[in-house]
Design a protein around this ligand. Structure first.
Ligand code: 13P
Ligand code: SF4
Length: 329
C-alpha cells in the first residue's frame, strides 16, 4: 500500500481516497491471479515500455523494442504474451517459432508498420540497386522479407555504422532516418516519407513553450519526432534510453518527448524528480488498447490472438532480425 500512496494511479493525486482504494484492490487482485497463473501455465509476459504501470508490474520483462526482441529469443517459457503492438508479437514468433505467441490485444497495430507494401519497396529497391535496405523494426513481416537488416531506435546508429555498405535505403521512418543520417555522415542515405503519427505531430513551438514553462528541465526526446524537435533535445534515445537517462541524471526536472506512459513510469520510479509531458497529445492509442483483464484472458485461453506465420515468410523475415541482434549486441 505504501507504494500506492506515492502517487494515486486512479486520480493522479498525491493522497488516496475510498474510490481509488477500491480500484487499487481490484487491480491487485487481477495482478495476483495473473502472477499465479503465468507460473502454473509456463507463460512469459513481455511488456513494451508504453504499457501501463499495472501491466509492467506483472511482466517478466519490460523494455524498448530492441530489448524485447533479444529477450524473446532467450525466454524459457513455452508461451509468450506480448503486451505491445502486432509487429512486436510477430518478431517474437519469428525468433521463437516453436513457442505459442499471443498478442494481448488483437487490434493493437502500429500505423507506421503498415505504411508501405512490399511491392512498393521492391520497386524502390530497383531504383537504388546498390543501396542496403535498413528497415525499422516497426514494419510488417512481409516488409522484413525485402530488408537486409532491421534496426530499432536504440540500435539504428550503431548498426548503420557497422554495415559494410556505404549506401543505405532507410525505411519507413523519415524522422528516425534523418536522425541516423546525421549521426552517420560518412554514409549516403535515401529516406522514405513514413513515420509515427503520434510522434510526428509534435511541433517545435510546443518544445519552446514547454521549455519556457519549465526552464530548469532537461528535454529528452524519441528520434521518431521531427528533426526540428529533436534538434532542441538534451538527450535523444529509445523509450528505455530516455528512462535510463532520467533515472541516472543528477537533474531534477525533465520534459519527456515520447509517449506519455513514460512520464508516468518515471514519476513512479523517481518520486523526488518531476516529469512533464511535452504534449498531452503524445498518446499512442494502439499501445493503450491492452488492459490487465486482456492479459488475464490470454493466460486463461479466452483472449488475445495467437500469431500464426507461414514458415517461408517467417524464415525469410527473421534473417534481418537476426542480423540486427548480431550487429546491435
Ligand atoms: P522503442 O524502440 O524506443 O521501444 O520504440 C518503439 C516505438 O514504437 C516507439 O514509438
Ligand atoms: Fe507505432 Fe508510433 Fe505507436 Fe510507436 S508510438 S507503436 S511508432 S504508432
Amino acid at each position: 500500500m505504501t507504494e500506492f500512496y506515492k502517487l494515486c494511479r486512479v486520480f493522479k493525486c498525491l493522497t488516496a481516497c475510498d474510490g481509488c482504494c477500491i480500484i487499487y484492490t481490484m487491480i491487485k487482485d487481477l495482478q495476483q491471479q495473473i502472477i499465479k497463473l503465468k507460473k502454473e501455465r509456463d507463460v512469459c509476459i513481455l511488456a513494451h515500455s508504453y504499457m501501463s504501470e499495472e501491466i509492467c508490474e506483472v511482466a517478466d520483462f519490460t523494455g524498448d523494442s530492441y530489448a524485447l526482441s533479444v529477450k524473446a529469443k532467450t525466454a524459457p517459457q513455452s508461451t509468450v504474451i506480448m503486451c505491445g503492438v502486432r509487429f512486436m508479437a510477430e518478431t517474437v514468433k519469428m525468433l521463437s517459432p516453436q513457442k505459442k505467441v499471443i498478442l494481448a490485444s488483437p487490434d493493437a497495430g502500429c500505423p507506421m508498420a503498415e505504411q508501405f507494401d512490399r511491392e512498393v519497396i521492391e520497386q524502390v529497391k530497383k531504383m537504388y540497386g546498390d543501396y542496403a535496405v535498413v528497415a525499422y523494426v516497426n514494419t510488417t513481416a512481409e516488409l522484413k522479407t525485402v530488408a537486409d537488416v532491421c534496426v530499432t531506435s536504440s540500435s539504428a546508429v550503431k548498426i548503420c555504422r557497422a554495415l559494410p555498405d556505404k549506401n543505405i535505403l532507410f525505411i519507413p521512418d523519415i524522422n528516425l532516418g534523418t536522425y541516423v543520417s546525421k549521426q552517420v555522415p560518412e554514409k549516403n542515405f535515401k529516406l522514405l516519407s513514413g513515420g509515427c503519427p503520434t510522434h510526428a505531430k509534435i511541433e517545435k513551438a510546443e518544445v519552446i513553450a514547454a521549455k519556457r514553462a519549465h526552464p530548469d528541465a532537461l528535454f529528452l526526446v524519441h528520434p521518431e519526432c521531427r528533426p526540428e524537435v529533436v534538434e532542441l533535445a538534451d538527450f535523444v534515445g529509445s523509450t528505455s534510453g530516455i528512462m535510463d537517462f532520467a533515472e541516472k541524471s543528477d537533474k531534477k526536472e525533465f520534459i519527456i518527448g515520447t509517449e506519455n506512459s513514460i512520464v508516468q513510469h518515471l514519476q513512479y520510479k523517481c518520486p523526488e524528480k518531476r516529469f512533464y509531458p511535452l504534449s498531452k497529445d503524445l498518446v499512442c492509442h494502439n499501445m493503450k488498447l491492452t488492459t490487465l483483464p486482456d492479459v488475464l484472458n490470454c493466460i486463461l485461453g479466452c483472449g488475445g490472438e495467437e500469431i500464426v506465420m507461414e514458415e517461408n515468410l517467417r524464415a525469410q523475415a527473421v534473417k534481418c532480425i537476426e542480423k540486427m541482434i548480431e550487429l546491435g549486441g
